[in-house]
Design a protein around this ligand. Structure first.
Ligand code: FES
Ligand SMILES: [Fe+2]
Length: 405
């Protein structure tokens, strides 16, 4: 069993004594393990993740191996790739990644390292007709095949066909890109479970990306996703921007698969600031019933969460940079019928303004939370069952990854 190793000094002993008062002092189980196990309890009994999960280098190493390099990761929307040769680079969990559309329009995920002697191949985002290694000029096609390798004729057994770029598994589902670094990826259908049924009212796969931005925040990647998936902070963190829009949400959905979801009705548009509600764009065609007046927040584990409202969808991906810092991408999507409107760009600006404002308010709260989580004396505890069930559901799933039973 893999138990996160915590090397906090004598201060951790104090936390041990504190925890013993609340947990099973008859066992030899470490306090951290007890805290982690408590995350698997039903939400009304569960503990939140131990603070070490948000600041420990050794736990981040385990997350790299057991979560980021094992599971399917959500990499945002596929429709941002539109032309052959278009590529993006990003580093995820120490893996330098190229996402590239080939000349046939198929999307690939490549390890961003040459098959000769490992040089990094591409930087940034852009478009290319092929990939030339900057070190000794091996040349790869947009589909990752090695096209040419100068002066290799005398190398015995060298086979160009076997020296293409290392390629990772990639799936597109509901318009989202999923990539798995694991050479033996977990079953994707099990991963996604009943996602399609729960999200059936919204034509998610047809929604069009209109803006994607990246941000870095001085908080653990899980805190970034936690706050997106809970309603509890709205009154304190977004009192004059968003709070009045949201009613108390429904209980969380019971889901099959590696995701959590919670629907809640809203008063007006959750995609707009509360004083700009008159700027609302048309509804997603075909919506009926409560979906016309509410927003569904879903977290596809481990790293991508989104909300779909009556007229828009917004997505966050989060990746660890260090235990206390993360890189996140935010994408906004609208139905094609709205994007075609003559005044769409002007009206979409009001949505962008809402997301810029909200993410800045969240950033202040998250960076403040991280400072508390960094303390060896911090003992996070219980959830609001109505307002934070998705945070608890993720913590339970996370626990089973770090401590498989
Ligand atoms: S490392 Fe790329 S060609 Fe040598
Ligand atoms: Fe928020």
């Amino acid at each position: 069993m893999l138990i996160p190793e915590v090397t906090d000094s004598h201060n951790f002993a104090l936390r041990t004594r504190l925890n013993r008062n609340e947990t099973n002092s008859m066992t030899h189980t470490s306090p951290l393990q007890i805290d982690l196990n408590n995350c698997r309890l039903p939400i009304d009994e569960a503990s939140s993740l131990p603070a070490a999960c948000y600041h420990s280098e050794s736990i981040l190493k385990q997350e790299h191996a057991l979560i980021f390099q094992h599971h399917w990761l959500g990499l945002g929307r596929a429709d941002r790739f539109t032309t052959p040769g278009q590529f993006e680079t990003v580093e995820i969990s120490n893996v330098p990644l190229i996402l590239m559309m080939d000349n046939q329009g198929e999307l690939h995920a490549f390890n961003n390292a040459c098959r000769h002697r490992g040089a990094r191949l591409l930087n940034g985002n852009g478009s290319t007709t092929g990939i030339r290694c900057p070190f000794h000029s091996w040349y790869y096609g947009t589909d990752g095949r090695l096209v040419s390798a100068p002066q290799m004729e005398n190398t015995k057994g060298f086979c160009k066909e076997a020296a293409g770029l290392v390629e990772f598994s990639l799936r597109i589902h509901a318009g989202f890109i999923f990539v798995c670094f694991n050479p033996d990826p977990p079953d994707f259908d099990k991963h996604i479970g009943d996602f399609d049924e729960i999200h059936a009212p919204w034509p998610i796969d047809t929604l069009v990306s209109t803006r994607r931005i990246s941000i870095e925040v001085n908080c653990n990647w899980k805190l970034f996703l936690d706050v997106f998936n809970e309603y509890y902070h709205l009154q304190s963190v977004h009192p004059s921007s968003l709070n009045d829009t949201y009613y108390t949400p429904d209980p969380a959905d019971t889901t099959l698969g590696n995701y959590a979801s919670q629907f809640g009705e809203t008063q007006g548009s959750s995609g707009l600031l509360q004083e700009q509600q008159e700027q609302v764009l048309p509804l997603i065609p075909g919506l009926t019933g409560r979906e016309k007046n509410g927003t569904r927040y879903s977290w596809i584990y481990p790293n991508m969460a989104f909300a779909v409202s009556p007229e828009a969808m917004w997505i966050y991906e989060a990746y660890p940079i260090s235990p206390g810092r993360c890189l996140a991408y935010q994408t906004l999507c609208f139905p094609p019928s709205s994007v075609k409107l003559d005044d769409f760009e002007t009206r979409a600006e009001f949505y962008y303004e809402r997301f810029d404002a909200a993410v800045e308010e969240d950033r202040i709260a998250l960076e403040n939370q991280q400072k508390g989580m960094n303390s060896p004396f911090t003992i996070p505890r219980r959830y609001s069952t109505i307002m934070e069930p998705s945070v608890g559901a993720f913590a339970s799933w996370y626990n089973t990854q770090l401590q498989p039973s």
